[in-house]
Design a binder for this molecule. Structure first.
Ligand code: SAH
Length: 214
């Protein structure tokens, strides 16, 4: 299969074609990162489709457009320290590693974390730090973060994550019920939090102390 052609088509039709993914660096990152390497061999042919895919442990790799939209909301310029909650396949992690200086990523399923670590190492990323645990608590020792992205749906923005945001930092997170959420951006400006709604979305549950119970 010509994965390069499929990837180029994905970017042209699903990202640029929808009209609202305009950040050139984000577009370049999506052209570069081989999404098919983050799914099982039998799903590789579907890796560039306009939908989420299963990645094991009952979890999913998000639709490419949603990954792009969330990434663009972070407004990265390359110098940032980023925290990601929900490593999953590691695809979003790799996109972030293209666009930021350092990426800290937490996943509650050890097997997903390990395979994401293996594949990103194979692809040559050296600016990603992996942790297995409850991401709703953040990663206190490494805080503050210029940007935090949560790739699972929460009942509310976890307070620990808002606390670990640097001044001027942004938290992007789906917030709502277990079944449907709104993609939210929280921006910290001198200890005040400015809130913005982006769109409706559907994510798997964020499970942890400051989110849903298992
Ligand atoms: N960004 C991932 C999306 C994975 S789905 C990708 O592109 O593949 C969301 C992930 O969040 C799942 O892997 C799930 O196990 C994880 N998750 C849920 N609650 C979590 C928590 N409290 N801490 C860390 N990871 C969590």
């Amino acid at each position: 299969m010509d994965f390069d052609a499929l990837r180029k088509n994905m970017v042209e039709v699903q990202l640029v074609g929808r009209g609202d993914i305009t950040d050139k660096k984000v577009i370049e990152a999506f052209l570069k990162v081989p999404r098919h390497r983050f799914v099982s061999e039998k799903l590789q042919k579907d890796a560039y489709g306009d939908y989420p895919l299963p990645i094991g442990s009952g979890q999913t790799i998000s639709q490419p457009y949603m990954v792009a939209l969330m990434t663009q909301c972070l407004q990265l310029n390359g110098s940032e320290k980023v925290l990601e909650i929900g490593t999953g396949s590691g695809y979003q992690t790799a996109i972030l590693a293209e666009l930021a200086n350092q990426v800290y990523t937490i996943e509650r399923h050890p097997d997903l974390s390990k395979s994401a670590e293996n594949i990103t190492k194979e692809l040559g990323y050296k600016n990603i730090y992996f942790k297995v645990g409850d991401g709703t608590l953040g990663w206190h020792e490494k805080s503050p973060f210029d940007a935090i992205i949560v790739t699972a749906g929460a009942p509310d923005a976890p307070k620990y994550l808002l606390e670990q945001l640097a001044d001027g930092g942004r938290l992007v997170i789906p917030v709502g019920s277990e079944f449907t959420q709104r993609l939210m951006v929280y921006e910290k400006i001198k200890d005040e939090i400015k809130t913005n709604q982006v769109c409706a979305c559907t994510f798997v549950k964020l499970i942890g102390k400051a989110a849903w119970k298992e």
